[in-house]
Ligand binder design. Structure first.
Ligand code: ZN
Length: 175
């Protein structure tokens, strides 16, 4: 935190958010998927919905395409051999780059599954309005840019999410 809220603008870093990626509608996030990473998407949904993990304000759920806010699909089409997933602001999609994900899985036996799980958690974080935790946040955050297979939400993941959504939920309740 920096700045005096009366005389100068407040720097609200390290609150990491990006409303351009935001696919929450009516305090919920509904996804549809043709992805082969269904187990990971379901597990990530569970973790984002869980108060035990420090989250759980926004209900993440799955539905048919016609009812969904965001459509998730696998693709092998990328010229970037590092990126594992991408949340698109303009079309309501999450792309999972299967070739790159599978390469990471093969690179980290027997824990390769953590990279599949991480990318699902991370892209849902974007769809929930969170930006990257770097450069100020912990590198052991789900929302860090690097794909280190982090599966536990860090204090910065939790504080960003809770600040964003507890505030908006409160505002909504006052309308
Ligand atoms: Zn990201």
């Amino acid at each position: 935190m920096g700045g005096d809220h009366v005389s100068v603008h407040v720097l609200y870093d390290p609150w990491h958010h990006n409303d351009n990626w935001w696919w929450v509608r009516n305090l919920g996030l509904i996804w549809s998927s043709t992805s082969t990473y269904a187990d990971d998407l379901n597990a990530a949904t569970f973790n984002w919905n869980s108060a035990t993990t420090g989250m759980g304000i926004i209900t993440v759920s799955t539905s048919s395409v016609s009812n969904a806010d965001v459509a998730i699909y696998d693709t092998t089409t990328t010229t970037n051999d590092v990126v594992l997933g991408r949340t698109f602001s303009n079309e309501g999609t999450i792309q999972l780059f299967a070739t790159n994900i599978n390469a990471e899985v093969n690179r980290h036996p027997p824990n390769g599954w953590k990279w599949e799980r991480w990318v699902a958690l991370h892209e849902f974080g974007h769809a929930l309005g969170l930006g990257h935790s770097d450069p100020y946040g912990s590198a052991t955050s789900v929302m860090y840019t690097h794909d280190d297979g982090v599966l536990d939400f860090s204090s910065s993941d939790k504080s960003d999410y809770n600040f964003l959504w507890s505030t908006i939920k409160w505002i909504t309740s006052q309308l």
